[in-house]
Every structure is written in structure tokens, then in C-alpha cells.
Design a protein around this ligand. Structure first.
Ligand code: BEZ
Ligand code: FE
Length: 646
């Protein structure tokens, strides 16, 4: 059993694209009316936008936020705040501007609303780092935590790629160290892993389209979660080293985090194997790649810095840095020794890939292929191809796919293609039996909760079925239990759809469709009918039976190799078209029929399993020749066509 203590920091988070406009509401929500707007000189324009959005609530402005929060700057800003009688600060920018807001709040208790433009994460921590006389100290208190954070994804879209990469790796470091912190608990674990997944995904996509809001949303959400971890649990060696390198050697904050992280992880790897395994999994590391090596590769592929040398640290400073970082003890999974840290810093200075894990040759090929799509004009095409290649390569790498296995795969696909003709679609069957058709169907259709769910079309639909009048017998006398169908077609509000075109088709009593029986004379058990003025449709048929999908080709071989049967649960197909409504392709399944829970194409949905009620006595058309007949009643509810009013 695990025991833990958790303290949550009560900040309000507003997340989305274009959320900057909520700033006046958020200030008023705090009961504040006089705002000092804080920005940095390079983000003055953004400061203007915030000031404009605040309107009369903005009473003063200070654009002087700088790195490391020097107390002189805070003193000047404090004068501006007091002179204006401000009761709230709104800070827009990176960690420096947030730092200034915190410094003012810690001295005066004013409320803070922060709009971050980077992935620093400090906006959700109650910690303030300040520099006085060149010495940086940190302290923590509840007033330091900003009351409200407005994450506007659009603001981070302008952050240049190099800064985005280092800032995102800085965030990644918070999540990594949270996982092996002595104060780690289930909530921070979950936040950290989610943050790692989001940040990794964002970093991998960033260079393809730096302004893509989906990518930026991943990074910003990851940064928020990672920042929340940073605010909740203590950090270890990595943060200590970066603090030392930044404070004593004036190295830039986020790039230092970027270079050091894989090396600090490698140092801790043996002492925190569980955290490393979970990190590697969240990153989606290719098989055999350890978490530190995977992080190194991620940074390299994103174009981030990989050596302390390139950040300007002199080799002669390494010993002193090791000495400083090991001078005071602090919690960390691996024991901290001066020699151990000197070795770590040397590897980070050179930019060595951390040991452990197979060489990332496959990752490099993946990136080359991805890069090759850079010129694709259609962004959707580029996205789909990129993702497909990544997943295919990961599939091969994760499974150590052998040459002969892949050759078998190619032969299998070749045979699948060779079997396709005007009357046989083996690729569709493959997609069906792998459940992919049903997944795409679910994603494309069934999105309106009030409409009838859709189901796959299947390969036996024939364009232009014979037009039949209401009340027809679509079975044309084929043997089987008589079925009387009486259905309604309506919109989602229950209003009838008159004159809707309804195509129906089904298997015969032996489980075959007419197109599978070349000796038949014309179409049987299929037809096109129309609803009457009340949206009602009646016709006669026979009870559909279960049937095997065509299993004499590669798909059948796949089914038998996996011990699967080829049967579909008994069903009746419908394709309904009506002006002003979305087309509905669906199936009704016979309740109590076989294979409902093991349908070969994964097409059964609970709402589509219906009673084909057994009846005796005279049938609806007055016939008395059958001992038993079935009755099917159902109401199809059509979703409105895109853009149609309801
Ligand atoms: C069908 O229901 O007709 C069907 C659907 C998918 C694969 C094979 C048959
Ligand atoms: Fe079917």
C-alpha cells in the first residue's frame, strides 16, 4: 500500500485559443478594478493588446520585466503600482514577467492574472526566485501563487521555434523530476506522465508547422501540467544543476535545462528504474531505447542544443560547477558525489548521447522520411502521411520486425489486391475484419446523439437497386420465415421524412446475397422503396440469417490463423436518403440471433439490435399460409444535413 500527502494549489485556469479577451472578466471576477499591466520590452505589443482588452480597468503599465527578477526592477515597478493605486497585476510574457508579478504580489498582496507566452510553468507555482547583488534566492508563500492563469494558445504560437524547444524541454524536466521526487503521489504522477506525452508530441510536430494551434495546445497544456508538478513536489539533481549553472555561470535558463536533462536522467536512471520505464513509455521510445537516450534524441530531432560547450560554458568551469552542485545535500534518487557530477557535467559539456538503449538509427530514418513531406501543399495530407509513417516505423521497431515477416506482409497485401475485382473487394473486407471500417464509420457518422447510429455499408450493396412499390415482397418468393417490415423515417425531432428513398438488402435463408449467386435471374432480396407522406414504409421479406463473409482469400486465411470465425450476425441493411438530412447507412440486427457479440466485422451496436417479433395468425397483408412470421417495426431518425436548419 502507498501512503502520500498531497497539497493542491488553488489557481483558476482558463485554457483555449483566443482566451486573451477574457482578461477583463477574470479581473472583475477577482473583485479588482485597477490593473497594472506588466510586460517585457520585447513583448510591448502584446502588452498593448492586453491593455486594450482591459479598457478602463488598466490604470498603469510597466514593460521592464527582465530575467532572474532583479530586486531593483521590482522596486521600480512597485513605485508604478503604488502611484497608480493598482489592486491587481496582469502579466503577459514568459517566466521573467511572471516573476515580476509574483515579486509585486509577495510585497503587496495584489492579485495576479498571468497570460504565459512560454512553457516555463512558473505561473502555477507558489515559488519566487529573485536576484539581489548577483545572488539568486528562492522562497515560497501562498501570496506568490497567481490567482488566475489565462492560457491563450494563440499567444504561444508566435514563440520562435528555438525558444519553443528549450522552453518545452524545461517543462519536460519538471515532469521528469516529479516522477522520482520523494513527494511524488498519484495525482502528480498522472499529471507528469500526461505532460510528458503532450510535450513530446508537441516537440515532434513543432518544426513541421510552428503555428499549428493543435501542436501549440499540446505544448501549452503539457507546460501547465508540468508546472503544476513543479509547484507540488520537490525537484532533484537536474533542477539543482541548472540552478547552479544559471546562477554561478550565467548560462541561459531554458537552454541549460535542455542540455542537462538527458544527462541528469542518465545519472538517476539506475536508482529510479520505475520512473524511467514510465517516462520511456510516455515518450513512446522505440523498443530498447532508454528514457535518457530517448530524451536526448527528442531534443536533437527538435533542433535543441545538446552541449554546454555551445551554450558558452568553459571546460575549466566544470570542476567548480560539480563542487557547487554537490556542496549541499538534497533529496535525489542517486547518491550525489563530486566525481559523479563531474563526469555528468563533462558528458553534458561535450554533448554525448547518454549511454543505454540501441542506436536511434530507425528514429533518424523516420525523421528523414517525415522531413521529405515538408513540401506537401495540403496540410491534412502531410499530417496523415507523417503520422502514418511514424506509426509504421514504430510498429517495425517496437516489434523487431524481421525481413521475412515483412516480406510475408507484402505478399499478403499483394494477394489481397490481386483478389479485388468489380464483384470482390478484399481490401474493404480486410478493413472490415480489422475493425477499421467500423472505427472510421464511428468517427465520420453517429456524431449526433439523437440520430440512429450508422453501420458499415459492406461489399454487397449494389448501386441502383430495383425500384419497388410500398408493400412489395423484396424476397420474390425466396424460401424463409416471412418478415413484415413496418418502419418510420423521421428527423431527430420525430417529424416524418416523406418520400425518403430507402434502399434495403439482405442475405437469403442460406446466408448468401444475390450477387454471390450467379445463376439467379435478377436482383433478389434487395430493392429501392419510398416512404409515404407520413414517413412510413412497409414491405415484405424473409428473416435474414447469419452468414460467413467471403473467406476463401487472404482475409479468410487471417481469420483462421487467428482462430476467428467468419460469421456476421443476422441483419437487414438500410441506406436512407432524404433531402435536408444526412444519408444514413445502417443495419438492424436480429435480437437473440447468433454472433451478436462476435460479429466478424465488429459492426453490431446495441441500439441497432432490435426485435424481429415472432407472430402467428394472419399476416399484415392477410396471408395465412405461414405457421409463424416475424414483424419488424423501427423508427429511423435522420440527422440534419450539414448547414440545414432544424
Ligand atoms: C455485410 O454486412 O454485407 C458485410 C459487411 C462487411 C463485410 C462483409 C459483409
Ligand atoms: Fe450484410
Amino acid at each position: 500500500m502507498t501512503s502520500f500527502v498531497r497539497t493542491a494549489h488553488p489557481a483558476r485556469i482558463v485554457f483555449g485559443a483566443g482566451t486573451l479577451v477574457t482578461v477583463p472578466d477574470e479581473v472583475e471576477r477577482l473583485g479588482r478594478a485597477r490593473v497594472l499591466v506588466l510586460a517585457s520590452p520585447d513583448l510591448a505589443e502584446l502588452g498593448d493588446r492586453v491593455e486594450k482588452a482591459l479598457g478602463p480597468l488598466a490604470v498603469a503599465r510597466f514593460d521592464g520585466a527582465t530575467m532572474h527578477t532583479p530586486v531593483e526592477v521590482t522596486t521600480t515597478a512597485l513605485g508604478v503600482l503604488r502611484e497608480a493605486g493598482a489592486d491587481c497585476v496582469v502579466a503577459v510574457g514568459g517566466g521573467s514577467t511572471t516573476g515580476l508579478a509574483k515579486a509585486l504580489a509577495s510585497r503587496t498582496g495584489v492579485d495576479q492574472v498571468v497570460l504565459p507566452t512560454t512553457y516555463a510553468g512558473s505561473e502555477v507555482t507558489p515559488v519566487l526566485g529573485e536576484t539581489a547583488d548577483g545572488v539568486k534566492t528562492t522562497h515560497s508563500s501562498p501570496e506568490i501563487l497567481p490567482e488566475t492563469v489565462i492560457y491563450d494558445v494563440e499567444l504561444s504560437a508566435d514563440l520562435p521555434v528555438p525558444m519553443s524547444v528549450t522552453s518545452a524541454v524545461n517543462a519536460l524536466a519538471h515532469a521528469v523530476e516529479a516522477l522520482y521526487s520523494p513527494e511524488a503521489e498519484p495525482v502528480t504522477d498522472a499529471l507528469a506522465l500526461d505532460a510528458i506525452t503532450l510535450l513530446t508530441r508537441g516537440l515532434r510536430r513543432l518544426r513541421q508547422d510552428p503555428r499549428d494551434l493543435g501542436t501549440r495546445a499540446d505544448l501549452l497544456r503539457g507546460a501547465w501540467l508540468a508546472g503544476t508538478c513543479l509547484g507540488s513536489v520537490g525537484m532533484g539533481l537536474h533542477h539543482k544543476l541548472c540552478h547552479t549553472l544559471g546562477g554561478s555561470f550565467d548560462l541561459p535558463h531554458a537552454p541549460t535545462h535542455t542540455v542537462v536533462l538527458p544527462h541528469a536522467m542518465a545519472y538517476n536512471a539506475a536508482a529510479a528504474p520505475d520512473a524511467m520505464r514510465r517516462i520511456a513509455e510516455a515518450i513512446g521510445a522505440v523498443r530498447g531505447e532508454d528514457a535518457p537516450a530517448a530524451v536526448f534524441d527528442l531534443i536533437q530531432e527538435a533542433g535543441g542544443p545538446t552541449s554546454l560547450c555551445e551554450l558558452g560554458l568553459a571546460e575549466t568551469d566544470l570542476d567548480r560547477a560539480a563542487e557547487l552542485a554537490s556542496a549541499t545535500p538534497y533529496p535525489n534518487p542517486a547518491a550525489l558525489t563530486r566525481d559523479g557530477l563531474a563526469g555528468l557535467l563533462h558528458r553534458a559539456w561535450v554533448g554525448e548521447r547518454p549511454p543505454g538503449g540501441t542506436a536511434p538509427a530507425t528514429a533518424r530514418i523516420t525523421e528523414q522520411v517525415v522531413e521529405s513531406f515538408a513540401g506537401t501543399e495540403d496540410p491534412r495530407l502531410r499530417h496523415l502521411l507523417t503520422d502514418l509513417v511514424r506509426r509504421l516505423h514504430a510498429f517495425a521497431a517496437d516489434n523487431d520486425l524481421t525481413q521475412s515477416e515483412w516480406q510475408y506482409g507484402i505478399d499478403f497485401l499483394t494477394r489481397t489486391g490481386q483478389l479485388c475485382s468489380d464483384t470482390r473487394q478484399e481490401f474493404v473486407l480486410l478493413s472490415d475484419t480489422l475493425g477499421l471500417s467500423s472505427v472510421v464509420d464511428l468517427l465520420t457518422n453517429s456524431r449526433t446523439p439523437d440520430s440512429t447510429p450508422s453501420a458499415v455499408l459492406g461489399p454487397f450493396y449494389v448501386q441502383g437497386p430495383p425500384e419497388l412499390p410500398q408493400g412489395s415482397d423484396i424476397s420474390r418468393g425466396a424460401p424463409g420465415t416471412p418478415l413484415y417490415v413496418d418502419v418510420l423515417v423521421t428527423d431527430t425531432a420525430g417529424r416524418p421524412a416523406a418520400d425518403a428513398i430507402v434502399d434495403v438488402w439482405q442475405s437469403n435463408d442460406d446466408g448468401f446475397y444475390d450477387v454471390q449467386l450467379p445463376d439467379l435471374d435478377g436482383p433478389v432480396l434487395r430493392g429501392r422503396l419510398r416512404t409515404d407522406g407520413e414517413g412510413r414504409l412497409r414491405f415484405r421479406s424473409i428473416l435474414p440469417s447469419e452468414y460467413p463473409i467471403p473467406d476463401d482469400g487472404p482475409v479468410g486465411a487471417m481469420l483462421s490463423a487467428t482462430g476467428r470465425h467468419p460469421y456476421r450476425a443476422p441483419h437487414l441493411h438500410f441506406l436512407i436518403q432524404s433531402p435536408g438530412h444526412q444519408q444514413l447507412v445502417t443495419q438492424l440486427f436480429v435480437r437473440g440471433g447468433p454472433y451478436l457479440d462476435s460479429d466478424a466485422v465488429f459492426g453490431v451496436k446495441d441500439d441497432l439490435i432490435v426485435d424481429f417479433t415472432p407472430r402467428t395468425g394472419p399476416a399484415p397483408d392477410g396471408r395465412t399460409d405461414a405457421r409463424e412470421w416475424r414483424e419488424l417495426t423501427f423508427t429511423f431518425r435522420l440527422a440534419p444535413a450539414a448547414g440545414a436548419g432544424s
